[in-house]
Design a protein around this ligand. Structure first.
Ligand code: HEC
Ligand code: HEC
Length: 209
């Protein structure tokens, strides 16, 4: 086994543990005051091999990418998911031709321009589903990584444009301000962006799918 494979295997083990933590949260009440922490970029400085460091940074950013706040809107099927347990959206709604819902039952029928806390309805001026080519539900972190970097599937973006999107898009940023009863994505939007920037700077390596 090469050093890279060993590092990847170790990183894989970390992700399994992380998954278990998220699972625990999703089965109980969301923890007061927010979700998990993200490790700062500086804590990866000790990994001398650049590719291994890149992989470890992506695994950490993966805590966000695999979080229900993101995955619920990046489903593999036609229907969004809901809540920390990622259950199918109630009532039944479908993506429609452009992700904004079927004619007559558009997302904006219920989702307003901002979160409506009394009824726990999340909101944003352009609330809609990510296209099927950007589906993350049920995918490994390695597959999500390859897909994120693939301009044919990611909305024709290079890595710089992906970084810009995750730091500026209001749907992404909503995940850290999701309203009561929903666990925010881990860390902060800025910390997540910094991890992905450091991942890009170290060659944007993807874990094995
Ligand atoms: C008939 C009203 C209605 C329509 C139409 C509707 N939603 Fe929802 N949606 C809700 C309500 C209510 C909730 C909150 C449920 C809860 O968590 O208590 C919700 C929650 C969600 C969530 C969960 C967020 C999270 O992480 O917990 C997502 C994602 C979502 N909707 C996406 C969509 C999309 C995309 C569309 C259009 C294709 C859509 N919804 C159409 C009523 C609606
Ligand atoms: C309310 C729904 C919604 C939520 C919540 C959401 N997204 Fe998205 N996402 C979208 C839509 C719609 C697009 C397509 C927009 C475009 O291409 O301009 C998209 C596209 C993306 C892209 C572009 C490239 C690709 O291959 O996916 C990235 C990166 C992304 N989202 C990251 C995230 C992250 C990270 C989170 C959670 C922190 C998140 N999104 C939460 C709806 C959502």
């Amino acid at each position: 086994m090469s050093r890279h494979r060993l590092a990847a295997a170790a990183a894989g083990a970390i992700i399994v543990l992380t998954g278990a933590t998220v699972q625990t949260f999703s089965q109980g009440t969301p923890p007061a005051g927010g979700g998990d922490e993200l490790r700062p970029v500086s804590s990866f400085a000790g990994i001398a091999d650049t590719q291994s460091r890149s992989l470890a940074l992506f695994q950490e950013a993966g805590k966000v990418l695999k979080h229900p706040r993101c995955v619920n809107c990046h489903p593999a099927g036609d229907r969004p998911a809901q809540g920390d347990r990622m259950q199918p959206h109630q009532p039944v709604v479908v993506r429609g031709k452009d992700g904004h819902g079927a004619p007559g039952l558009a997302c904006a029928t219920c989702h307003g321009r901002a979160n409506f806390d009394p009824a726990r309805v999340p909101g944003d001026p352009h609330w809609h589903l990510a296209p099927i080519s950007m589906a993350w539900e049920g995918k490994s972190l390695g597959s999500i990584c390859n897909q994120l970097k693939d301009p044919r599937r990611n909305g024709n973006r290079d890595v710089a444009a992906i970084l810009k999107h995750v730091l500026t898009d209001s749907l992404v940023r909503w995940a850290w301000d999701p309203g009561p009863g929903r666990t925010p994505a881990p860390g902060s939007n800025a910390e997540f962006g910094a991890l992905l920037q450091a991942w890009a700077d170290t060659g944007a390596h993807c874990p094995a799918p």
